[in-house]
Design a binder for this molecule. Structure first.
Ligand code: MN
Length: 131
């Protein structure tokens, strides 16, 4: 069975691209446009990995990550920050909040797939579907 990945992203173009790339690689994809819905979907579906945009309306990605990592139900879900800013300080803040890694936007297809695959190490990507 393929891995399930939840994308929490408020910018439609970014969501569309990330979802398309993950679908093409054979992953099951869940989508949430904000952190509140993201947390709800995470609790309900327990995805293998969450791609968490850092800049979100209502509640930012760091706060959402802290909530998920503080809850025994969702603590083990790997969270990869999606960020347009990746300065040294930001990386530390993301790690401190519980992020397991980060991907810089704009998304570069190859490094995107590599990052996802390495984060899911135990869950192989379906053969022949990676562009
Ligand atoms: Mn955003």
């Amino acid at each position: 069975m393929s891995a399930t990945i939840l994308i929490v992203e408020d910018t439609p173009a970014n969501m569309k691209l990330a979802a398309l790339l993950l679908h093409k690689a054979g992953y099951q994809v869940l989508q949430a446009p904000n952190a509140i819905q993201g947390i709800e979907l995470a609790r309900r579906h327990l995805p293998d990995l969450i791609l968490m945009d850092m800049q979100l309306p209502i509640m930012d990605g760091l706060s959402a990550t802290k909530i998920l990592k503080a809850d025994v139900l969702t603590a083990k879900i790997k969270i990869v920050a999606l960020t347009a800013f990746a300065m040294k300080d930001d990386e530390q803040r993301m790690r401190d909040a519980g992020c397991d890694g980060y991907i810089s936007k704009p998304i570069s297809h190859q490094s995107f797939y590599q990052k996802i695959a390495s984060m899911l190490a135990a869950t192989p990507i379906q053969k022949g579907s990676t562009p």
